[in-house]
Design a protein around this ligand. Sequence first.
Ligand code: MIC
Ligand code: SF4
Length: 647
Amino acid sequence: MAQTLVYKILEAHLVEGKLEAGTPIGIRIDQTLTQDITGTMAMMEYEAMGAPRPATEVSVNYVDHNMMQLGFENADDHEFLRTFSARHGMYFSKPGNGICHQVHLERFSAPGKTLLGADSHTPTCGGAGMIAIGAGGLDVALAIAGQPFFIACPKVCLVKLTGRLRPFVAAKDVILKLLSILTTKGNVGWMVEYGGPGVKTLGVPERATITNMGAELGVTSSVFPSDKVTQAFLKAQGREKSWQPLAADRGATYDRVIEIDLGKIEPMVACPHSPDNVKTVREVGPIAVHQVCIGSCTNSSLRDLMTVAALLKNRTARPEVSLVVAPGSRQVLETLARQDVLYTLIAAGARIDEAACGFCIGAAQAPQTNAVSVRTSNRNFEGRSGTKTAGVYLVSPETAVACALTGKMTDPRDLKIEYPKVPAAARRLLIDDSMILAPSATPEQIEVFRGPNIVGPQPMDALPDRLAGPVTLRVGDKITTDHIMPAGALAVYRSNVPKYAQYVFARVDPEFSVRCLKARDAGKANFIVGGESYGQGSSREHAALCPRFLGVRAVIARSIERIHQANLVNFGILPLVFTDPKDAENIRQGDELEMACLKAAVASRELVTVRNVTRGTQFEALLKVSERERGILLAGGVLNLAGNARK
Ligand code: MIC
Ligand code: SF4
């Protein structure tokens, strides 16, 4: 039978289950990545499993998120990861070498392979024909140890691209257009496959911009075919050997088809505070802009920054605009420097940031009060920039430059300048892997460095038969992991669960952790009640691990996003879904809930009975998990099942 590209790659990696949409499947993982704020915990979890030799072809730990080093903590994490990688058979990408997704695309991507990354934007490498999936650190640790990765076999949506982008319209506008169609809600269990004659008009970095931001749709992954364009990309990276052609079979059928004519797309912008709040730039109109940040794993390739530089040549940013440029990798930065392009950016008044995440995660460049901040990144959740009152607008690099030059939201076509064609010669790459450290040849001689901030996962008890306690927090729709477990400057505590746990929901309700600890220490469970798309956004497992430390034992929501649901299960928190929206309305913060005879329910039933003791009511909540996940929940978390888990 004619197969989709998604199913072809999944079939080649299938180790458990059948390729039937909606049923659980286990796939073999060829490559993994972590980054510093997920990696330290993932490595400690890997250790708790007995730290077997990696079973993957390539496992890389990157440092790109926490780079400010305002105290000893970040540097200690970096050194922990460097020594751990050397000792345990993994590659280590040093701080300064770039953002994990950009570097992985450049140096490790390989069509037809699977990649599991402890970061939600791992699908970036789908731009080079990989099935690349974001997951919690614990799942990545299990994959390194050779365990299959489990997902629901996806439904596949074909996005058929026709035509060609017009000048000043970019790949970013394509994914923003798709976000306006599919939104950030309701896409759990899907993968997106790109096809059609428009594919060949897009370079690999452009494809990667599109697959990167597929994460915002909430789909499991996004993938482009591997073609001559992919071959040329890999050749330029000196890695042509990793290339193979890959495409869907002719006549393959899809669960949904969306057609996008590239020639009809306009410059788009995602307005505050959601990536699917999309309008055309012209619809938004000439609002004053205070900050422009170009970079992040979505738009920091050489192609992007060459285009930015060409547009900024002999021009300067408006005096009232703070312009920031952060290259995606050292390869990009070094190539810009060698080709005298960096000079153009500096002359235009750009503040050149490190090749790192920086502004994207609120770990640098927090904008002024009430700022309009125009960014080429992928998330604009409230407060993520580090400034709660700022509004972040997500755009293409072309639109970002137009805003920097005019001080207003501006459609780049209105600059009335010629669209620069970045000459192929200017794209000649500088290949230097000296900041990617290979695993040690004498691992036994490496001592893993551990600073005082490295505390690791705490013991967790098995699921009791009865849980009772308060609804410690009730929240609305679209609660992101940035709401649950804020990152930015607080990510300094990523390796220290008891400390980081103090900040769970800190921006939503600063008293949350105090209330939780009070109930936990009185022997009660804590419950969180949420709305639609609870846990969207990042892969950070701390959004489950830290609540669990605070005694949260169940989340009951209207719907829960994929990665977060898996993280909840991994840390023994019941992910429950309301069966009737009215039940959600009849529950208040502070209500006391009770769930009895839980073990039997979790072992085999789809429904769990929840009694609202305060209101004298009761309802059924859905527990939609696989057999394997039932075992994990009963054990109180995956680490309790792994051989050498800390007790
Ligand atoms: C993000 O973009 O939100 C992050 C920071 O990269 C996260 C990872 C994390 O919080 O550790 C992600 O996307 O998964
Ligand atoms: Fe880093 Fe931002 Fe990409 Fe997350 S989305 S990996 S913070 S650049």
